[in-house]
Design a protein around this ligand. Sequence first.
Ligand SMILES: NC(=O)c1ccc[n+]([C@@H]2O[C@H](COP(=O)([O-])OP(=O)(O)OC[C@H]3O[C@@H](n4cnc5c(N)ncnc54)[C@H](OP(=O)(O)O)[C@@H]3O)[C@@H](O)[C@H]2O)c1
Length: 334
Amino acid sequence: MKALVLEELKRPLRLEERADPVAGPGEVVVTLQAASLNRRDYWITQGLYPRIRMPVVPGSDGAGVVSAAGEGVGDELVGREVLVHPAKNWGDDPGAQGEDFEVLGMPEDGTFATHLLTTPSQLHSRPEHLSMFEAAALPIAGLTAWRALFTQGELQEGQRVLITGSGGGVALFCVQFAIAAGAEVFVTSSSEEKIKGALDLGASAGVSYREKGWAKEFRSSHGQLDLIVDGAGGSDYSGLLELARPASRIVSYGFTAGAPESLDLFRLFWKQVRIIGSTLGTRTEMEAMLEFISNHQLHPVIDSTYALRDGNRALDCMKNHQQFGKLALDCGES
Ligand SMILES: NC(=O)c1ccc[n+]([C@@H]2O[C@H](COP(=O)([O-])OP(=O)(O)OC[C@H]3O[C@@H](n4cnc5c(N)ncnc54)[C@H](OP(=O)(O)O)[C@@H]3O)[C@@H](O)[C@H]2O)c1
């Protein structure tokens, strides 16, 4: 098999030849056809992630075909087209993951490879209307968006929702899911082109977060919101409280722009706004998300696809926030 390996922080991944994995008892081998990137993969290469071990094959998202089944696994799985569940050991509490929770691609070897050794409980059938690349685009970003919007954000049809940094992988799934659920969707983004991309998907309006004082401007043009879903944090975070209507929710799933510089606690308690954290999701939420995208025939937005050997170019694109939607790797094209 071939794999992109992180051997040293802040250095390019290296394409390596490794022994093909062999499925042991209870295990399967998936011959990967596609993988996709998440900002997490970039953070890991920079050492900005807890408990990094090296060498490691990064990558949490993948899709392919089950090519071997070990003892105790039914042969009927072989040949099944699957996408890989991106995390394990959530635990018993749907409210939050337990201490043993892990995300594929650190510490365990992940999907930036031609093959993956895993177990049947980590697999989901590929939704029929999706290509392998679209299926590989889904797991982390789709699941994170699902839980943030619906479980934590309690989004209802007809509500007004703001998705920040809508060109990002998670954010763009939030846009697509919220529109499909009948919400009125607003976005922020870094460029007019990306805002137009969200409007083309059905968003109502968008503003550039690069404009100073955009939150005030947004409020006077578009009013307040029932739900804000944010993965950016940073200096604009406190401004989100201006946009939240009384008794509304702000769901935070990341802090790409860093920690907030301040938080207006008076505005927070006086408006009775709830700030809610969200991380990935359970297998049950993943199944609900897959059913939703099948029912609504949604297709993930893929910005561009790179051969596995060009994975470092994809990481560079992510570093510079150039993409609109997901960056995919062709694992068959190594
Ligand atoms: N909690 C979890 O389980 C979980 C899961 C997945 C991701 N995350 C976190 O969520 C964040 C996004 O992940 P991703 O994989 O979707 O990354 P991504 O595809 O690289 O998206 C990041 C987006 O952040 C936006 N952004 C950058 N600076 C911003 C600012 N100052 N204000 C508003 N938006 C800004 C950009 O949007 P534009 O392109 O529109 O400018 C960019 O595309 C990361 O911090 C990641 O670590 C958390």
